[in-house]
Ligand binder design. Sequence first.
Ligand SMILES: [Zn+2]
Length: 345
Amino acid sequence: MTTLLPTSIVGSLPKPSWLAQPETLWSPWKLEGDALTEGKQDALRIAVHEQRRAGIHVISDGEQTRQHFVTTFIEHLSGVDFEQRETVRIRNRYDASVPTVVGAVGREKPVFVDDAAFLRTQTDQPIKWALPGPMTMIDTLYDRHYKSREKLAWEFATILNQEARELEAAGVDIIQFDEPAFNVFFDDVRDWGVATLERAAEGLRAETVVHICYGYGIKANTDWKATLGSEWRQYEQTFPLLQRSAIDVVSLESHHSHVPMELVELIRGKKVMLGAIDVASTMIETPEEVADTIRKALAYVDAGDLVPSTNCGMAPLPRDVALGKLAALSAGARIVRDELDPPAG
Ligand SMILES: [Zn+2]
């Protein structure tokens, strides 16, 4: 891409109220059957339209066809029983009732490929598609079959690679793996987390992203963040590993977080999707605040490698707030772009 500081969002946007309950995570669908299929596509069209209207460069589906960023993928796999549920701790943070792995996991048919092909028909701009990462997938399940987190992660990595290759063939330019679990299980990240992620991304021509964040602005996450102290240094453990990995882009949380900006230096040479929009607050950033975050990052990342973005998904936000944040992201990036490369005349 030739644009300096191309903008992108991490993932989700709020869903229209006729499709799912607004300002609610993982909200059930309000439609069913063919009406649901059509409703999801209409919502995706709106998500594309709003990103383009705001001047966002890399277009995502806003996760309009998904209820949950991990579960919706797992629902399409064999070997997982959604009736047998167990309560587990998610990312060592909150309890949730999760499905059980009861046999060999497999992907009998594509999961998001039709949705991605539809997104491709909606814009000529580069498109990005997000998948859960292997470690985050196993953390959302109870495993009765493999009885090994690592073994199950390798199985999921193979499945994700099949899906990613088909997404690429459907015209997806950038494939993102969401690995919030990388901010929690540091020994696993070192021992097999990065390796399984690379397996998921193996052989792709599409650009590959890993998104590591501190989560949506829900209470379990904000309570956890309150325990992390005045400096969030979790990235310090994973970034050196990712710097040496085959993954092209690292998506990280920055604005309003307590992540010291100098940690970005640890991934020098990689592209950086910099979170310049706080998704845990309904206050809309000013373009100048966004520009300020971008300027600070430029001390640690080459301008040609910087992609201004959001900290995480915006699904739980009111729609007008999310749209305001999209516009602020775009306007803030434009300020710095013009400083770096003043418009002629
Ligand atoms: Zn996130």
